[in-house]
Write a protein that binds this ligand. Structure first.
Ligand code: GDP
Ligand code: IMO
Ligand code: MG
Length: 417
């Protein structure tokens, strides 16, 4: 069996984690291919609620191997905490985690630099998660970043770490109390990196071995396609590539190995952080969706901005990713609305994801709502007619088969059509 890539088709939080966990039942390995601990992937299973940030969701199933690819970025202190939290919940990862030695590390100073950068941007700030993601990718492309594998040569590693410590101190002109705090964080960073280095491995070699033996590998995307630095709402994007193509680069397998690309699409739209959002509902309807969907960030706790489903953007992101199927998630949240809208065009046929995206004016098709509670439903036949019509409309507008529908946060709350 080859690779299945799972990607988000909006601005993140589409329930990728829940669907990766659901699909992982048949997988040998699950591999995260983008981003860092800016992600927050929620899985509800075994009566518990897990919030994973950089660890792949497949680890929750005890027979699955978890991997983290080279195009991800990692804060060693944060991942140790995440591992501790998972193990505290009774899930041992012993012998089941492989992290690419080529992964770039988030030095403690990067968070400080990011904070200053956001302050300097004032009204134009991105609204980042504050996890030092941007500065880590910046240094990667500046070609002086710290990789996990560097720790195997302590001299080189310490020289690199010192360089980034000094850069932080001089860029921010830090006072002595802050310098002391930074040095103490750097000590913890070095210690944590040495501990995490036990998981360093050749991810590409392992994945290709699994594929050769006929095993299924799920490539777990993070963020969403509209946060991608090339194809997303630039400049209000993240810095790691989040579209399906990035899975090959990050995990070291070829495009010929990919069998399917599953696009995860929320039945409405949410966004955290700043930036354009054509179908945003900054009104009572948006608030009603936020409350019904518990739309508060998994990583930062920020209220998510909510709005109608944008079919134009979903059609675009399904194309960019080459989706072979779509899973429509959180459909249950829309129960009880008398009518629902989907954006099917923009005024004057305009379309851009660039700096003038906030000028787009959405045009809507309206659909009947349904009153029945569909939470936890697993049979297509049992859905109210209006809910079926809504799913079929999404399929027509996006142009890709909607093969499954998620009706609740639980592992098995899925309808397969
Ligand atoms: P991710 O970042 O794409 O993995 O998504 P998040 O975990 O950040 O956000 C999705 C939220 O919706 C989580 O709180 C999930 O537990 C929850 N969830 C997932 N699927 C469903 C669903 O079908 N219905 C409802 N009501 N909640 C869901
Ligand atoms: P998951 O994987 C939603 C957003 C931030 C901000 C922008 C840049 O859970 O879907 P960054 O810290 O990455 O430099 O912030 O990207 N963002 C996310 N929004 N879900 C995510 O991940 C996100 N990861 C980053 O809110 O607007
Ligand atoms: Mg999330």
């Amino acid at each position: 069996m080859p690779v299945s890539i799972v990607v988000g088709l909006q601005w993140g939080d589409e329930a990728k984690g829940k669907m990766v966990d659901h699909l992982a039942e048949k997988a040998v390995a699950v591999a995260r291919f983008s981003g860092g601990a800016n992600a927050g992937h929620t899985v509800e299973a075994e009566g518990k609620r897990f919030a994973l940030h950089l660890l792949p969701c497949g680890l929750i199933r005890r027979d699955v191997i978890g991997m983290i690819g080279s195009a991800c970025v990692m804060d060693p202190v944060a991942i140790l905490e995440e591992i501790r939290s998972l193990e505290g919940n009774g899930i041992s990862i012993k012998g089941r985690l492989k992290i690419s030695g080529k992964i770039n590390l988030t030095h403690p100073g990067y968070r400080w630099l990011e904070k200053q950068n956001e302050t300097d941007l004032a009204k134009e700030r991105i609204g980042t998660t504050g996890r030092g993601i941007g500065p880590t990718y910046e240094r990667k492309y500046r070609r002086n970043a710290i990789r996990l594998e560097d720790v195997f040569n302590m001299g080189t590693f310490k020289t690199l770490v010192d360089h980034h410590t000094e850069e932080t101190i001089s860029s921010l002109n830090l006072g002595s109390a802050d310098v002391e705090k930074l040095h103490s964080d750097v000590e913890k960073f070095i210690e944590a990196t040495e501990k995490v280095s036990g998981f360093a491995d050749d991810v590409s070699l392992f994945i290709n071995k699994v594929l050769k033996e006929g095993g299924l590998v799920i490539a777990e995307g993070a963020q969403g396609s509209l946060l991608d630095p090339d194809h997303g709402s630039y400049p209000f994007v993240t810095c790691g590539q989040c579209v399906s193509g990035a899975a090959c680069t990050s995990l070291g397998f070829g495009p010929t190995q990919v069998n399917d690309v599953v696009g995860i699409l929320k039945a409405y739209t949410t966004r955290v952080g700043s930036g354009p959002f054509p179908t945003e509902l900054d009104n009572d309807t948006g608030e009603r969706i936020r409350q019904a969907g518990h739309e508060f960030g998994t990583t930062t706790g920020r209220p998510r901005r909510c709005g109608w489903l944008d079919g134009v953007l979903a059609n675009y992101t399904a194309r960019i990713n080459g989706c072979t199927s779509v899973t429509l998630t959180l459909l249950d949240v829309l129960s009880g609305f008398s009518e629902l809208k989907i954006c099917t065009g923009y005024k004057d046929d305009k379309f851009t994801t660039g700096r003038s995206m906030d000028e787009l004016i959405p045009l809507y098709e309206t659909f009947s709502g349904w009153t029945e509670d569909i939470r936890g439903e697993t049979e297509w036949e049992n859905l109210p007619e209006a809910a079926k019509q809504y799913v079929l409309a999404v399929e027509r507008i996006v142009g890709v088969p909607v093969t499954s529908v998620s009706t609740g946060p639980g592992r098995d709350d899925v309808i397969w059509r």
